[in-house]
Ligand binder design. Structure first.
Ligand SMILES: [Zn+2]
Length: 209
């Protein structure tokens, strides 16, 4: 099964949030989090004190540094633009692998993201697009917001003629709970500026096929 969603541009507030990476964060001590995780283990019916689970809260905590590392990064740190070597041809980076976490179930969703933009005066190093994906994927996300945040931060930083982002992903919250087929792929896209024109969009879709 395939679901296709297109995202609207973010509101001003959402988009400012996307740019600054600012979130209301309450500081919680590590000891309290470890205790909470032990309680979760007990709640699901296991014994947090048995040998195999003793170090589990700490392992989970360490894994969060990578999984949620995007909160510590700002898109503007990644998106250094330059005018030299800029062109008017479409720039495409296809099938960037990503791993993210669904904000509704705290379960992984993962797949690929393809990004295209039509430069005006400025371009980016191509590896920067992959780093931008990391900034937004390594947070709690929904797939619709992920593509929108990537597209909007490129529009604001690069000010190109247009941007398009396509994401294809599998959601563990769907397959692990047995709601739908294991191979269901969700497809979302964000279309900005010149990519609203059919011929531009077609060129991009042909390139990422
Ligand atoms: Zn979910």
């Amino acid at each position: 099964m395939r679901k296709t969603h297109q995202t609207k541009p973010l509101s001003k507030a959402q988009s400012a949030n996307a740019q600054n990476g600012k979130h209301k964060v309450a500081k919680v001590s590590q000891e309290k989090i470890l205790q909470n995780l032990r309680e979760i283990l007990a709640y699901i019916g296991d014994d947090p004190n048995r040998e195999g689970l003793q170090e589990t809260p700490m392992r989970i905590l360490r894994s969060w540094e990578k999984i949620y590392g995007g909160y510590k990064q700002k898109p503007q740190d990644v998106l250094k633009t330059f005018t030299e070597g800029s062109c008017e041809e479409m720039v495409v980076l296809k099938d960037i692998e990503f791993y993210s976490t669904c904000e509704h179930h705290l379960q992984p969703f993962f797949g690929t993201i393809s990004i295209g933009y039509l430069p005006k005066d400025r371009v980016l190093g191509i590896s920067k697009l992959a780093r931008l994906v990391e900034v937004y994927a390594r947070r709690l996300q929904i797939q619709e917001k992920l593509v929108a945040e990537i597209a909007d931060s490129l529009m604001q930083t690069l000010q190109p003629h247009g941007v398009m982002v396509v994401c294809k992903a599998k959601h563990m919250c769907i397959s692990s709970r047995g709601i739908e087929k294991h191979n269901a792929v969700m497809v979302t896209s964000a279309i900005r500026g010149a990519f609203k024109k059919l011929e531009v969009r077609s060129e991009f879709l042909e390139m990422i096929k």
